[in-house]
Ligand binder design. Structure first.
Ligand SMILES: CC(C)(COP(=O)(O)OP(=O)(O)OC[C@H]1O[C@@H](n2cnc3c(N)ncnc32)[C@H](O)[C@@H]1OP(=O)(O)O)[C@@H](O)C(=O)NCCC(=O)NCCS
Length: 345
C-alpha cells in the first residue's frame, strides 16, 4: 500500500504527471541543488522536528560531481518543464556509487526514485561496475524498501566523525597518541610536476586495488585538484607511497562550512600500521589548522574497526551514522584491519 502523501504532483484530473528521466544538463545544476536541499531539508525536519538552515551545512554535491561524471547524473522532469527529482552516481573503477537521490516531497511515492535508480543501474551496467553501493538512513523503512527493490542489502554503519580543533593550535583537551616522527613525509598531489602526476595516480591505484580489486579513484583526485576543491595528501617514505588522503576544503566542495573533510583515505594494505593512520590524521589536522578551519570531519565504515578505534583514540566523536547498502561482487571484500576512511555519500 502506498503511504499517504500530499499529491500536489497530480494533475487536475487526478492523473499521475508525465515524468521522464534524462541526464543532467548544465542549465539544470542550480535546480538540482535546490531539489536536494528541499527534499533532504523536508526529510530531516520530519526526523528531527526542526528544519536545519541548510540540509548539508554548506556542503555541495552537484556541480563538481556532474563535471566529473556527467553520464552518471540524472533528473526526473515533469512535463519537460519542472525538475522534481535527481540522482547522482559515479564509478570508482568497478565500484559504482549512487547518491544523493532525492524527489521533491509532493512527488513522493509515484515511483520517481525508482525510475532514477533504474537509470543509475543502466549507467553502472554500461560502465561494468560489478559492486554497487550507497548509504542511507537506517531508521527509515521507506529507504530500506527502495534499495531492497534494486537488490541492495544493508551492511555495516558508516560513522561520520569529527573533532574540533583548538584555535591556538594546541590539541585541545585530548591527549593524542604519540605519532612516530620522521618516518613519513607529506606532499600534496597539486605540488607535483605535471609529468609526475600520472605515476602518482598509478601508485594510488595500487593502494586502492589492494583494498578492493578494481577500485580506482583517479577521477576524484583529479577533480579535487582541477577545481581546487581541496587536494590529495601523499604520505611517503622515500619514493614509496604509504598512503593518501583526498580532502575537501569548504567553499564549493563536499566540506561543510568551517570544516576540512576527508572523502577517502587509505594506508597501503601491505604497510598497515596504526601509526601511519595516526600520522595521516595529524597531517590533516595540521593542514586544517594552517588554513584556519575549526573542525576536521572523517568518515569511517565500521567494518574497518581498527580505523574506527584509531579515530576514537585520536579524539574523534560520531556526529551521525548511516547504513551502507551494497549489491554485487565481491560481496565481502573488506578486511577489518584495513586502514581506510571512505564516504559513499
Ligand atoms: C527516498 C526518496 C528518494 C524516495 O523517493 P520516491 O519517489 O518517493 O520513491 P518511489 O515512489 O520510487 O519508491 C518508494 C517505494 O517505497 C514504498 N514505501 C513508501 N513508504 C514506505 C514505508 N514506510 N515502508 C516501506 N515502503 C514504503 C512506496 O510505496 C514505494 O514502493 P511501491 O512503488 O512499490 O509502492 C524520497 O523519499 C526522498 O527524496 N527523500 C528525501 C531525501 C532522501 O532521503 N534521499 C535518499 C537518501 S539515501
Amino acid at each position: 500500500m502506498r503511504a499517504t502523501v500530499d499529491r500536489a504532483g497530480l494533475d487536475p484530473q487526478g492523473r499521475l504527471p508525465k515524468v521522464q528521466v534524462r541526464r543532467v544538463r548544465k542549465g539544470d545544476l542550480a535546480k538540482v541543488k535546490d531539489v536536494f536541499e528541499q527534499s533532504f531539508g523536508d526529510f530531516l525536519e520530519r526526523q528531527l522536528g526542526t528544519r536545519p538552515r541548510q540540509a548539508f551545512n554548506g556542503a555541495q554535491y552537484v556541480h563538481h560531481r556532474w563535471l566529473m561524471e556527467p553520464w552518471g547524473c540524472f533528473v526526473a522532469e515533469e512535463d519537460n518543464a519542472k525538475i522534481v527529482g535527481a540522482a547522482l552516481a559515479v564509478t570508482w573503477g568497478t565500484l559504482g556509487l549512487v547518491g544523493p537521490v532525492a524527489v521533491l516531497t509532493h512527488y513522493h511515492n509515484q515511483t520517481i526514485a525508482q525510475q532514477l535508480m533504474r537509470a543509475v543501474q543502466d549507467f553502472f551496467d554500461e560502465n561494468k561496475a560489478t559492486l554497487h553501493g550507497a548509504v542511507t538512513y537506517p531508521t527509515s523503512s521507506k529507504h530500506l524498501a527502495l534499495y531492497h527493490k534494486f537488490g541492495y542489502k544493508p551492511k555495516s554503519l558508516t560513522a561520520v566523525m569529527s573533532r574540533a580543533l583548538d584555535r591556538a593550535g594546541v590539541r585541545g583537551a585530548v591527549v593524542k597518541p604519540p605519532v612516530a616522527k620522521g618516518t613519513l613525509t607529506v606532499r600534496r598531489f597539486s605540488s607535483l610536476e605535471e609529468t609526475k602526476k600520472k605515476a602518482a595516480l598509478a601508485r594510488i591505484h595500487r593502494i586502492t586495488n589492494g583494498v578492493c580489486r578494481g577500485l580506482e579513484l583517479a577521477k576524484e583526485v583529479e577533480i579535487v585538484e582541477g577545481l581546487a576543491l581541496g587536494d590529495t595528501l601523499l604520505l611517503e617514505r622515500g619514493a614509496e607511497l604509504v598512503g593518501f588522503a583526498i580532502y575537501h576544503a569548504p567553499g564549493v566542495s563536499e566540506a561543510p562550512t568551517g570544516s576540512l573533510y576527508v572523502k577517502y583515505l587509505a594506508i597501503d594494505p601491505r604497510q598497515r600500521k596504526v601509526e601511519h593512520l595516526e600520522q595521516a590524521v595529524s597531517a590533516i589536522e595540521e593542514l586544517a589548522q594552517e588554513q584556519g578551519f575549526q573542525r576536521v570531519i572523517l568518515p569511517v565504515y565500521l567494518r574497518y574497526w581498527i580505523a574506527y578505534s584509531t579515530l576514537v583514540k585520536c579524539g574523534y566523536q560520531v556526529d551521525f551514522t548511516m547504513v551502507r547498502m551494497q549489491k554485487g561482487k565481491p560481496e565481502d571484500y573488506e578486511d577489518a584491519a584495513d586502514l581506510v576512511l571512505d564516504d559513499w555519500r
